[in-house]
Design a protein around this ligand. Structure first.
Ligand SMILES: C[S@@+](CC[C@H](N)C(=O)[O-])C[C@H]1O[C@@H](n2cnc3c(N)ncnc32)[C@H](O)[C@@H]1O
Length: 399
């Protein structure tokens, strides 16, 4: 690759950082390099000329954004969070209310929320679905999904909320009417609805793309703008730890949510300041899980029990106990990536970057050697690609 090509890629990375907040670390640069090269080819331009045009040509920039963004999503992607929405959050809010699905990708998240609103009888409540990718917004407006894409929906929900059209599955009009779709850049645009008019924001699996500074600024803007006591739903691997003290971490059943500080009137069973990594809510068996012996004699804890103990310690704010539990868990089951990941997060929170890096590297190795089928059932709700991406970011950041 020539120096001119390399310089152009560095310019493109800086441009994306400035315009849409993206990191410029190696995990993003790999994808960016591929996307820029393909886009330049499609525009019949040398890479440096294509990159030079990006800042003054909105269509070229949009084309690159469509290529570089990742629309990984699903219906009911985190079932525990949607259960919390249905059972705890919505019943505490008067209808109608407005929910923002920010960075909605191809729309499954927004339509999932619409289904939940319908199921709990939240009459008149609506969803505003936004994204920076025009392709994602087209797909959201189209509301048509392949059989692979509707995997998160139960047979009952498929029956109620989908109709078959041209070999695909289309969201029924009553659900589509609840969802407004708009382009929105989380880094540069004001929120899509007036301040104070939105009590729930889904901002899942997008903070991970942004630099630390942009995340801090975005969370501050969100906290200023949200309705008092508003709820923030983040992704598995996203955490407000050491990023924002404007939100409280709240446990709702099996899910962890964030709530704007000044919240009142809604029961918050385990409310406290963010002090721990947000983590998967679904429980899946670890590879080392063993059947409990019938004997009454005390048995040493299994890897899965140690993982749970570590998570409980994190929730209690006891990072040192968590580190011990996660260490024992990874000793018992060294092939389980999530144990290493949580150990790394806990070590990172304790300020031990070197040990955290070792744990993240061990998680990556465990992912690389794991057999796909077996692995997926042990990832505590993470998608393998997400985990790789998270670990790459962590490894780059701990350098
Ligand atoms: C992995 S998807 C998340 C989809 C969904 N929220 C979920 O959790 O299933 C990330 C989305 O963030 C969008 N995105 C990236 N940067 C953005 C920005 N600056 N403003 C708005 N959306 C952005 C991408 O286009 C992509 O659709």
């Amino acid at each position: 690759m020539s120096d001119g090509h390399q310089d152009a890629l560095a310019d493109a990375a800086r441009l994306l950082s400035r315009r849409v907040g993206f990191h410029t670390d190696p995990s993003v640069r790999g994808r960016l390099s591929h996307s820029v090269t393909a886009a330049a080819k499609a525009h019949h331009l040398p890479v440096p000329d294509y990159v030079a045009a990006l800042d003054r040509d909105p269509a070229a920039l949009q084309d690159l954004l469509d290529r570089v963004t990742v629309q990984e999503t699903a219906f009911f992607r985190d079932p525990a969070q949607f259960a919390a929405l249905a059972e705890q959050v919505l019943p505490s809010l008067p209808a109608p209310t407005r929910i923002w699905s920010a960075a909605c990708a191809n729309g499954q998240e927004a339509y999932t929320i619409a289904m939940v609103l319908d199921e709990v009888g939240h009459g008149g409540s609506t969803v505003v679905a936004t994204d920076i990718s025009s392709q994602a917004l087209d797909r959201t407006r189209q509301a048509r999904y392949s059989s692979k894409e509707i995997r998160g929906l139960s047979a009952e929900r498929r029956e109620r909320y989908l109709s078959a059209v041209d070999g695909k599955f289309e969201i029924v009009p009553a659900m589509r009417e609840r969802v407004d779709v708009a382009r929105h850049n989380l880094i540069a645009d004001p929120p899509p609805v007036p301040a104070g008019s939105c009590s729930i924001v889904f901002c899942r699996n997008v903070l991970i793309y942004f630099s630390h500074d942009e995340v801090v600024k975005l969370l501050d803007r969100l906290a200023d703008w949200m309705a008092p006591g508003g709820w923030l739903f983040l992704g598995y691997s996203e955490t407000l730890w050491q990023v924002s003290d404007r939100f409280d971490l709240v446990r709702c059943g099996e899910a962890f949510l964030y709530r704007r500080h000044d919240g009142t009137g809604v029961p918050a069973p385990q409310r406290r300041r963010p002090a721990a990594p947000a983590r998967p809510a679904t429980k899946r068996p670890l590879t080392a899980r063993r059947p409990s012996p019938p004997a009454a004699a005390p048995t040493p804890p299994t890897a899965v029990e140690l993982l749970a103990a570590g998570e409980a310690a994190i929730q209690a704010g006891d990072n040192a106990t968590a580190i011990t539990a996660f260490r024992k868990c990874t000793y018992l089951d060294p092939d389980q990536p999530v144990g290493h990941l949580y150990l790394g997060l806990a070590l990172e929170a304790s300020g031990d970057g070197t040990a955290a890096r070792r744990a993240f590297a061990a998680a990556k190795r465990a992912l690389e050697i794991g057999e796909t089928g077996v692995l997926e059932s042990t990832l505590e709700g993470y998608h393998p690609d997400e985990l790789v991406r998270l670990l790459d970011l962590k490894l780059a950041a701990e350098r």
